[in-house]
Ligand binder design. Structure first.
Ligand SMILES: [Zn+2]
Ligand SMILES: [Zn+2]
Length: 295
C-alpha cells in the first residue's frame, strides 16, 4: 500500500515535492499545469530531472499526472473533442518527461442529447491517438464518474468497453474514485457495497488493470449521481465504510490517492485519519518529515 494526495504544483515542481513531504506521501498525483486553462507552463528538462530525482530519493512512487478538467474526449462537439485529444497527447509527453506511471483522465460528457455508447467509442479513439502520439509514454488511466451531466464512466462496464475498443489495451489502465462510485450507486457505506465494488471491478475491466484508487469520502448522499469529495471518514461513506475499503485484501496493494478538499492542515489531518483506519499489518511506515520542514 502507498498513501498520497493530489498535490498542487503551484509555484513549480520544487514546491510540489515540498508539499508531498509535508503530507508524508509515499505516492502522489499532480496536474502538469492549471486544470482549467488550456495554456500550459513550460517545464524545463532540469526541473523535470530534479523532480524525478527528489521523488526517487524518498522512494515516492508511483506518481500520476491527472489531465485537465477542461478535457472532454467524448464530446459530440468536434472542435472541443479535437482540442481535448491534442491536449491529452501533450499531457502524455509531459508525463513521460516526469516519469509518471500514467495520465488519469475523466471520460467526458456526451451532453444532454448524446448517447453514452457513442461516448465510449470516442474515448477509445482518443486513447488510440494518445498512445500513438507518444509511443513510450505511460498508461492512459480511465477514471470512473458519478454520472452527473451524462459523463461517461458511471458504470465499470463502460470502462471495460473502452479498453476493449482501443487498439492499445496494454497501455490502458483504470482508476476507481470511491466518492464517484458511491454517487453512481455503489453502497460503499455498507459491507455488501464494498464487496460489490470489488466484484464488479473483477467482472468488468479486471483488478489487474486497476492502477490506483482515489480514496475520497462523499459530501453528497448515496446514489445522488453527484461528485463532491469530502474528508476521510467524515462524509456519507463514513468511518466504517472507509475502514472496509482501505483494508480490503484485494485492494491493499494499490496506491491510494486522496483528493480531499481544503488546505495543507486538512490534508495532514486526512493522512492522520486514514492511517488510523488502516490496520497495523496493512499500514505502510510513515515517512520521516525532513528536518528543514519541521516546525
Ligand atoms: Zn479525477
Ligand atoms: Zn471527483
Amino acid at each position: 500500500m502507498r498513501l498520497g494526495f493530489h498535490v498542487s504544483i503551484a509555484g513549480g515542481l520544487e514546491r510540489c515535492v515540498r508539499r508531498t513531504l509535508i503530507r508524508r506521501c509515499t505516492t502522489l498525483q499532480m496536474f502538469s499545469g492549471a486544470p482549467v486553462q488550456w495554456a500550459r507552463p513550460h517545464i524545463s528538462d532540469e526541473d523535470c530531472a530534479a523532480f524525478v530525482e527528489a521523488l526517487a530519493e524518498r522512494d515516492i512512487r508511483p506518481h500520476f499526472v491527472h489531465a485537465k478538467y477542461l478535457l472532454n474526449v467524448s464530446s459530440p462537439d468536434e472542435e472541443l473533442r479535437a482540442k481535448s485529444v491534442a491536449d491529452l497527447c501533450e499531457e502524455m509527453a509531459i508525463a513521460l518527461k516526469l516519469r509518471a506511471a500514467g495520465v488519469v483522465i475523466h471520460l467526458g460528457s456526451v451532453g444532454d442529447e448524446g448517447a453514452v455508447e457513442e461516448g465510449t467509442q470516442r474515448v477509445a479513439r482518443a486513447v488510440d491517438a494518445a498512445c500513438h502520439a507518444v509511443l513510450d509514454a505511460p498508461a492512459v488511466i480511465l477514471e470512473n464518474s458519478a454520472g452527473q451531466g451524462n459523463i461517461v464512466g458511471a458504470q465499470f462496464e463502460q470502462l471495460a468497453e473502452i479498453v476493449a475498443a482501443t487498439h492499445c489495451p496494454e497501455r490502458v489502465r483504470c482508476c476507481v474514485d470511491t466518492a464517484h462510485a458511491f454517487g453512481a450507486g455503489m453502497a460503499l457505506h455498507t459491507p455488501e457495497g464494498v464487496e460489490e465494488m470489488v466484484a464488479r471491478i473483477d467482472a468488468t475491466f479486471g483488478l489487474e488493470r486497476l492502477a490506483l484508487l482515489h480514496v475520497n469520502d462523499s459530501k453528497v448522499p448515496f446514489a445522488s449521481g453527484r461528485d463532491r469529495h469530502w474528508h476521510i471518514g467524515r462524509g456519507e461513506i463514513g468511518r466504517e465504510g472507509m475502514t472496509r475499503i482501505v483494508n480490503h485484501p484485494r485492494l491493499v496493494h494499490l496506491p491510494f490517492v486522496m483528493e480531499t478538499p481544503g488546505a495543507e492542515a486538512d490534508d495532514v489531518s486526512n493522512m492522520r485519519r486514514i492511517r488510523r483506519l488502516i490496520r497495523p499489518e496493512n499500514r505502510p511506515p510513515l515517512p520521516p518529515l525532513p528536518a528543514d520542514l519541521r516546525r
